[in-house]
Write a protein that binds this ligand. Structure first.
Ligand SMILES: Nc1nc2c(ncn2[C@@H]2O[C@H](COP(=O)(O)OP(=O)(O)OP(=O)(O)O)[C@@H](O)[C@H]2O)c(=O)[nH]1
Length: 746
């Protein structure tokens, strides 16, 4: 005989695990929870203990029952009498009325009957209430029993447990309760007895759900997700479907630095290339439009800016075929130009450079070309393969040449799709229109969309009720690369969501509803972003072949030193891929790029802006901050080797904003300020931060509240402080207090 787990024994002898644990502890056995084991001797001792207890109990309850028998019967009797008394009244009452009513009003207008009935009902209630007053004449005990009896009644109706609990990981007690026909509270209690403390809304993992099922004595089976809701699968299948192929229009996104002319170019294109037949249509902002050049069509996504582009990619929608990078000839390469290059490269879309504003006196296109050479964008004349076009978006100069180049690039790419299948594609944008309900702009990427098609869009579903293009012209059918605006969905999908047309509306509805449920589950489960802590696991499971990193540092020298060293790390054939690197604070765009590329952000002597911090928290993006280059490199390398075992973790406890300075000859610079966040302690380690860059790291020398020494100062209070061996504090500096906390071993 082997060892037995407590919960198994609990099931066998029908005694709650908790009671067994108590009994075992009383007997001095070494058990902790329901998973603890008992050896055969211990098991026997427990069985004996409970079998004798049961005997005693049943004897006691027999005695009790015998004792209670008489009054119980009496009370039942009384209660019954009471009921039948009531019934008699109502019967009499009803009969009397029916009698009269039926005689007088048979086959009459039903409202007449209804009114009469209402009146009679009132009368009846009155009488009945009067009668109930007699309830007061029963003894207290009788009433308790009566209540008890009434309360107990629903229990008999309890539906039987299903044979098998078919579950999805992440379900909570409420959802499981619905499946097994039990109250969530009962499930929570059961879990408590099994040593698992949860409330009704907490997601349960696989082990817990299976344990629960076992405790109920039923089988558990994880739901197999071969379901219609996996529209990504449909989408990929459709994409691989090459039975029939036709060339399709390229989908183009315009990106570039602020004010370099993205909007001007998009507007010029939109207004100058309206073909004769469409001239009457009013152009609407639907997030995308098509234009024709020499009989060929180009689709432009009308959402300039990296945020939209990256947000789409983060949601898995790589819908752009070609990126046009706009660089103003009078301004040259700017930070967002570099960002745009990195975003386009990360999405692996070819870049066509449009050097804009060549009409301006200060324009220097050659300088731009020279600058871009540093980012591997080299024109053919210089031996590279990037297409450059010098334009003026304002004047329209060379804009047609730019279109020709887009078409040339698209020819090289041989963009194709199969219009002879169900439509599939992505959401460009979506909104709720007061009159029309959910309105979504979609890009058809495969197949042909028709009005009336049953459709699943992200987690929403419906039937295409209306379909129009950007000019408001109604369409019956839309082929690949066509942007369309549709109505008929049950809810508003999100930009970047995919859509697929189904055979019938019923399946579409089932898929849509299932997806909405899954989305809710997904939301509850922890996001599985790559972090340095789980990096090794991901590498081991073969999910990754490269580690994506974004570097932000205080000076260009550090950026280069860090990226140079990181590129040299080579662990078991896995390389570091630097997705983006630049000087400055970690911003929202970095976090968005990290999320889209599953990258880790390394900050060297810089901080994240508060928006970026919030966004990183929400998206589970790992930001690592360092002051020593070797530490940063070591950390990444150790993580790749699976050796990352930080014993201490830095915890920022608070921040002081420096508002005033006092120079004292003896103590140096005293900073007067306000604790804007958390708490600052006398023995805190501190970092002096100026414009999001770490200037100095050290320790506090003194911390005061007014004239008195303080052990700590909390948020909202003023304080004075000095930093050990450091006097170069300035007004507006932020002093970040932190401590090293030991991280418990896993
Ligand atoms: N002279 C000249 N001015 C231009 C040209 N293209 C754009 N501009 C001007 O540059 C300014 C900025 O242009 P936008 O098109 O708004 O720039 P943007 O890149 O869309 O800017 P954001 O939307 O803020 O990112 C506007 O005043 C335009 O009129 C051009 O080819 N020549």
């Amino acid at each position: 005989m082997g060892k037995k787990r407590i919960y198994e024994l609990s099931k066998e002898i029908k005694v709650e695990s908790k009671k067994i644990i108590d009994e075992a502890n009383k007997k001095g056995f070494n058990v902790k929870n329901h998973m603890s084991t008992l050896d055969p001797h211990e098991e026997k001792a427990i069985r004996d203990a409970f079998s004798s207890k049961k005997k005693n109990n049943s004897q006691a309850s027999n005695n009790k029952q015998n004792k209670n028998k008489k009054p119980n019967n009496n009370s039942n009797h009384n209660v019954k009498n009471n009921h039948s008394d009531n019934n008699n009244h109502s019967n009499n009452h009803g009969n009397n009325n029916n009698h009269g009513g039926n005689n007088n009003h048979r086959n009459n207008d039903s409202s007449n009957n209804f009114k009469k009935g209402k009146k009679n009902k009132k009368k009846f209630n009155k009488r009945n209430n009067r009668h109930n007053r007699f309830a007061g004449m029963y003894t207290k005990n009788q009433r308790i029993r009566q209540n008890h009896k009434q309360k107990k009644a629903p229990e008999r109706k309890e539906r039987p447990l299903p044979e098998t609990l078919v579950y999805t990981v992440g379900m909570n007690a409420q959802e499981i309760g619905k499946i097994i026909h039990r109250e969530p509270a009962e499930i929570v209690k059961k879990l408590f007895m099994l040593g698992i403390m949860v409330n009704q809304n907490i997601s349960l993992d696989k082990d817990t759900i299976e344990l629960l099922a076992e405790d109920y004595g039923i089988k558990a089976e994880e739901k197999q997700e071969v379901n219609v809701s996996d529209i990504d699968k449909f989408f990929e299948e459709e994409e691989e479907n090459t039975d029939y192929q036709e060339s399709r229009a390229p989908v183009v996104t315009i990106m570039g630095h602020v004010d370099h002319g993205k909007t001007t170019l998009l507007d010029y294109l939109r207004n100058s290339h309206i073909t004769a037949g469409e001239a009457g249509g009013i152009t609407q902002a639907i997030g995308a439009y098509q234009l024709k050049r020499n009989g060929k069509t180009i689709t432009f996504l009308d959402t300039p800016g990296h945020a939209a582009f990256t947000a789409m990619r983060a949601r898995g929608a790589d819908i752009t075929d070609i990126t046009v990078l706009v660089v103003a000839a009078d301004d040259g390469v700017m930070p967002q130009t570099v960002e745009a290059i990195d975003h386009a490269k990360a999405a692996k879309t070819p870049i066509i450079v449009a050097i804009n504003k060549i009409d301006k006196p200060g324009a220097n296109p050659n300088h731009v070309i020279e600058q871009l050479a540093n980012y591997e964008l080299i024109p053919e004349d210089w031996g590279g393969d990037t297409i450059f076009v010098e334009i003026s978006a304002k004047m329209g100069t060379n804009v047609d040449e730019l279109l020709d180049m887009i078409l040339l690039q698209s020819d090289v790419m041989e963009l194709q799709a199969n219009p002879k299948q169900h439509a599939a594609g992505s959401v460009i944008e979506a909104r709720l229109d007061r009159g029309r309900g959910p309105v979504a702009t979609l890009l058809v990427q495969q197949g042909t969309m028709h009005v009336g098609d049953p459709i699943v869009v992200g987690d929403t579903f419906g039937r295409v009720r209306t379909m129009n293009n950007e000019k408001g012209i109604e369409l019956d059918a839309a082929k690949p690369s066509t942007p369309i605006e549709i109505t008929g969905l049950n809810d508003v999908p999100e930009a970047g969501d995919r859509f697929v047309v189904f055979d019938d509306e019923k399946t579409a509805r089932a898929a849509g509803e299932e997806r909405a449920k899954e989305a809710q589950m997904e939301e509850r489960k922890k996001n599985n972003s790559v972090t340095l802590d789980n990096l090794f696991e991901s590498l081991k499971e073969g999910e990754m072949k490269e580690v994506a990193v974004i570097i932000k540092a205080d000076v260009q020298g550090s950026v280069e030193a860090l990226s140079g060293s990181l590129k040299k790390i080579d662990v078991e054939g896995v390389k570091v891929n630097i997705v983006h690197s630049s000087v400055g604070a970690i911003n929202e765009s970095d976090v968005a790029l990290a999320e889209a590329s599953n990258a880790i952000i390394l900050g060297f002597n810089v901080r994240a802006t508060s928006q970026a911090k919030d966004q990183a928290d929400a998206d589970n993006v790992d930001i690592r901050l360092h002051q020593v280059i070797y530490d940063a490199i070591d950390e990444v390398e150790s993580a790749m080797k699976g050796l990352l075992a930080p014993k201490y973790k830095e915890v920022v406890t608070g921040e002081v904003e420096v508002r005033q300075l006092y120079k004292a000859s003896k103590v140096g610079t005293i900073a007067g300020g306000m604790v804007t966040n958390g708490v600052v302690k006398k023995d805190s380690k501190v970092r002096l931060i100026r414009d999001n860059v770490v200037i100095y790291t050290g320790e506090l020398n003194s911390l005061k509240r007014f004239k008195d020494d303080a052990k700590e100062v909390k948020q909202g209070f003023e304080c004075g402080l000095t930093i050990e061996n450091y006097n170069d504090i300035k007004e507006g500096d932020v002093i970040e207090a932190y401590e090293m906390k030991e991280v418990p071993a896993e």
